[in-house]
Ligand binder design. Structure first.
Ligand code: NAD
Ligand code: TYD
Length: 342
């Protein structure tokens, strides 16, 4: 591999991967293809924008002509696909874009790669494709029972990657990561949303009883796991990537407030997300045993660092929390929060 196409590289995890790949693999050319949706942000790539081995292309992974042009122009050998509509709540409000990017987009990337003989394709997926689990941990061979339009559209991407391995012999791999947090995360996801709202002493809308469980994975660890699978994963293989840090939402919220020195009175219990998955949990047994990867950061240290980053980088998030963001905030939260005032 020499020339790597990172789709969705202007987003949260993709840009972390790009920044780390440029530092770690100076012999690779890293090309980002990103549509720059509301979640895509060139500020995330500022640290690498002048690196000689970096290039940026704006475009849609579901547009075959664009994908073909980029693959040919940059003589791409491998694709790592981060591009996605990634927020569950938005998929509940309007699933359309999720199908276009997460299903049609993955198919378009795979099929154009097949046409041009690009063998290597890594699909960045999510633990949410398994659905919810009350006890125990999901393994890679477990059935897929996605519950939201987001997770159903992501599952279709996983299955298409599998089909291109089995049918056409392409070297496809898949990682299923758990809830990821860290710097540069769009402030609709719960961690940056709650931290930035709390910094401004605004209410934190906690869904339902706040007793849902997520497994938290630091973004540098997630990025390094993807790099490991890209280099060492056998064709057709799927790897779970868990943070080994399960927490109830209420406990995460309290931890954030404590770290910020803000009062728990900011918490508002609001109407639940429809179809809200109760618990996500994965085992890392396979990636640990076969590839020697394990999370390197503790939840408490990485979360504290993350909170500090948002405290120190309000230049990054204040300009996001305007315009379309405020429209979305109103749709998602205005009625829910108004209920708590009654
Ligand atoms: P994000 O929303 O921050 O970034 C997504 C990026 O994809 C943005 O830059 C956006 O502009 C781009 N994009 C969207 N549609 C596109 C299209 N049609 N063509 C080209 N670019 C497009 O997402 P993220 O949190 O960084 O997630 C990255 C990947 O990791 C996604 O595939 C997501 O499903 C997966 N994942 C995320 C998490 C998490 O907790 N954030 C956990 C597990 C897996
Ligand atoms: P989120 O960051 O949206 O990730 P996901 O839905 O992919 O797990 O949400 C994480 C958890 O936090 C999830 O259980 C939903 C909950 N949550 C809230 O309670 N309030 C909120 O405003 C948001 C965005 C999420």
């Amino acid at each position: 591999m020499k020339n790597i196409l990172v789709t969705g590289g202007a987003g949260f995890i993709g840009s972390t991967f790009v920044r780390r790949a440029i530092a770690r693999h100076p012999d690779y050319k890293i090309v980002v293809l990103d549509k720059l949706t509301y979640a895509g942000n060139l500020d995330n790539l500022l640290p690498v924008k002048d690196a000689p081995q970096y290039a940026f292309e704006r475009g849609d992974i579901a547009d075959r002509a664009t994908v073909r042009r980029v693959l040919e122009t940059h003589e791409i050998d491998a694709i790592v696909n981060f591009a996605a509509e990634s927020h569950v709540d938005r998929s509940v409000l309007d699933p359309h874009a999720f199908i276009n990017t997460n299903s049609v987009g993955v198919y378009t990337l795979l099929d154009t790669a097949r046409e041009l003989g690009v063998q290597r394709f890594h699909q960045v997926s999510t633990d949410e494709v398994y659905g919810s689990i009350d006890e125990g941990h999901f393994r890679e061979g477990d059935p897929l029972e996605p519950n939201s339009p987001y997770s159903a559209s992501k599952a279709s991407g996983d299955l298409m990657a599998r089909a291109y391995y089995v049918t056409y012999g392409m070297h496809t791999t898949v990682t299923r990561g758990s809830n990821t947090f860290g710097p540069y995360q769009y402030p609709e996801k719960v961690i940056p949303f709650f931290v930035t709202e709390a910094l401004d002493d605004r209410p934190l809308p906690l869904y339902g009883d706040g007793m849902q469980v997520r497994d938290w994975l630091y973004v540098d660890d997630h990025s390094d796991a993807i790099d490991t699978v890209l280099h060492k994963g056998a064709p057709g293989e799927i790897f779970n990537v868990g943070g080994e840090s399960e927490r109830h939402n209420i406990d995460v919220t309290r931890f954030l407030l404590q770290t910020l020195g803000k009062p728990e009175s900011l918490i508002r219990y609001v109407e639940d997300r429809p179809g809200h998955d109760r618990r996500y949990a994965l085992t890392n047994d396979k990636i640990r045993a076969e590839l020697g990867w394990e999370p390197a950061h503790s939840f408490e240290d990485a979360m504290t660092e993350t909170v500090r980053w948002y405290q120190q980088n309000d230049w990054w998030w204040r300009k996001i929390k305007t315009g379309e963001y405020l429209e979305y905030y109103k749709r998602q939260y205005a009625a829910r929060l108004a209920e708590t005032e009654k």
